[in-house]
Design a binder for this molecule. Structure first.
Ligand code: GDP
Ligand code: IMO
Ligand code: MG
Length: 421
């Protein structure tokens, strides 16, 4: 019997999950998303092309892979069908290699409006949501009002859709917010019809069956651990469990069937949207990171906030996820820096902490340790031995602090720009 391996982000998202899953897929047969929805933007770069996936698992371009959208995911049919069309232009039909859980919840056009209305009403306190309707859809899921993929097959689908829409209209009337869903609703209904060519499945049974038959399965996380609804920087988080625990509920896999947990982090740190970010840089160095790292959102195009690596938050994420190995991304972005800093502790009200506290607002001051930069181009390096000593020292320090080996180092966006240890 196989165990399910997991790839997930340890920071505030955009760590490079799409690239890593694409690189690892040849060793797996099945790739499954377990939470999140089109708030995700996972970039894949190969053969001179760049793809951004939002709902479809990042194994989709590999021949013979099976890609499962699990029950924990929320789906906007319009965005999913747009994505499918773009993939099929490059890769041909994916009808047979994309399976969708009947239990996955649907994002209605009015969920998007509720997301936008709620954000507008929050003013300066807004979350910085991607406005894809994620929060309102998960609210309807936990409130037991949601519509699911399996409901599309019911003769009552249209009636249930209308009833939920009317409920949303009632909620929207409490906001000073203008909207018109006519066009989007039409596209939505067309996309729902178009989706019927895919298999809607009991994904929990299918995945457990694969594992029982020794078929290797990889779970692909979205967002990052610090955006987790329970353990992230609440309320500036997303609405799902982004940590490894989410694999159990989002795919129906028992905890004792979870295998390796591969945690991804950038060699520095970014965040998009509002909320605490202790190591954020507001100076030229932050701008350099943004410029060299092309740190602009894959889903919304918004500039990402940039800063140094935060080991306090990283150690917390390693513990909470049970990370067994680390993957470091975008090391190449630091090529030209004279010195590289890492936060090893926080100072809060004169007290020093090396663990991640409940209080994580502006009162947190990071305490840094400095490392000399390597000042050379590592993009073409393919063997760990060939890395400059300064980078090896930086990696060793992270391994010592987290107690986890760094098994993969990414040195560029392309599929081939990777060093496996
Ligand atoms: P994800 O959401 O975790 O899949 O990450 P995103 O795709 O949103 O953001 C990662 C960005 O960094 C994308 O533009 C990738 O093409 C790019 N990228 C991934 N790995 C590397 C790397 O090692 N070096 C550089 N320079 N870019 C990378
Ligand atoms: P991937 O999978 C980075 C952030 C938003 C906002 C907060 C809530 O590409 O790493 P939501 O739309 O979920 O209600 O937004 O979470 N956020 C992400 N940030 N990467 C993502 O996904 C994100 N998905 C959501 O910017 O701050
Ligand atoms: Mg992303």
């Amino acid at each position: 019997m196989k165990k399910i391996d997991v790839v997930l982000g340890l920071q505030w998202g955009d760590e490079g999950k799409g690239k890593v899953v694409d690189v690892l897929t040849p060793a797996y047969k099945v790739i499954a998303r377990f939470q999140g929805g089109p708030n995700a933007g996972h970039s894949l770069v190969f053969d001179g092309d760049r793809f951004v996936l939002h709902t479809v698992p990042s194994g989709i371009f590999r021949p013979d892979s099976v890609n499962v959208i699990g029950n924990g995911v929320v789906i906007d049919p319009v965005i999913l069908m747009d994505e499918i069309r773009a993939i099929e232009q490059k890769a041909g039909s994916i009808t047979g290699k994309l399976l969708i859980s009947k239990r996955a919840h649907l994002i209605l056009p009015t969920h998007r409006m509720l997301d936008a209305a709620s954000e507008a009403a929050k003013g300066k306190g807004k979350i910085g949501s991607t406005l894809k309707g994620i929060g309102p859809t998960y609210m309807d899921k936990t409130g037991r009002n949601g519509l699911r993929v399996g409901d599309i097959l019911s003769p009552e689908f249209q009636d249930r859709y209308n009833a939920l829409k009317q409920k949303h209209f009632g909620l929207l009337s409490q906001y000073d917010f203008e909207y018109d869903i006519t066009d989007y609703e039409q596209q939505w209904m067309e996309a729902v019809e178009a989706l019927r060519r895919f298999s809607f499945i009991e994904s929990e049974l299918v995945i457990n069956d694969y594992l029982s038959n020794d078929v290797p399965v990889l779970a692909e996380g979205a967002q990052g651990s610090m955006l987790d609804i329970d353990f992230g920087t609440y309320p500036f988080v997303t609405s799902s469990n982004t940590m490894s625990a989410g694999v159990c509920t989002g795919l129906g896999v028992a905890p004792n069937r979870v295998g390796k947990v591969m945690g991804i982090f950038k060699a520095y740190c970014t965040r998009v949207g509002s909320g605490p970010f202790p190591t954020e840089l507001f100076d030229g160095t932050g701008e350099e990171l943004r410029r060299i790292g092309h740190e602009f959102g894959a889903t919304t195009g918004r500039p990402r906030r940039c800063g140094w690596l935060d080991l306090v938050a990283l150690k917390y994420a390693v513990m909470m996820n049970g990370v067994s190995e680390l993957i470091m991304m975008k090391a190449d972005v630091l090529n030209s820096f004279d010195t590289i800093k890492v936060a090893t502790a926080y100072e809060i009200g004169g007290e020093q902490l090396d663990w991640f506290p409940f209080e994580n607002g502006e009162q947190v001051k990071p305490i840094y340790r400095e490392f000399p930069g390597w000042k050379c181009d590592i993009t073409s390096v393919r063997r760990y031995e060939d890395f400059p000593q300064e980078l090896k020292d930086y990696i060793s320090f992270i391994e010592r602090e987290t107690g986890c080996p760094v098994k993969i180092i990414s040195v560029g966006p392309d599929r081939k720009e990777i060093v496996l240890r």
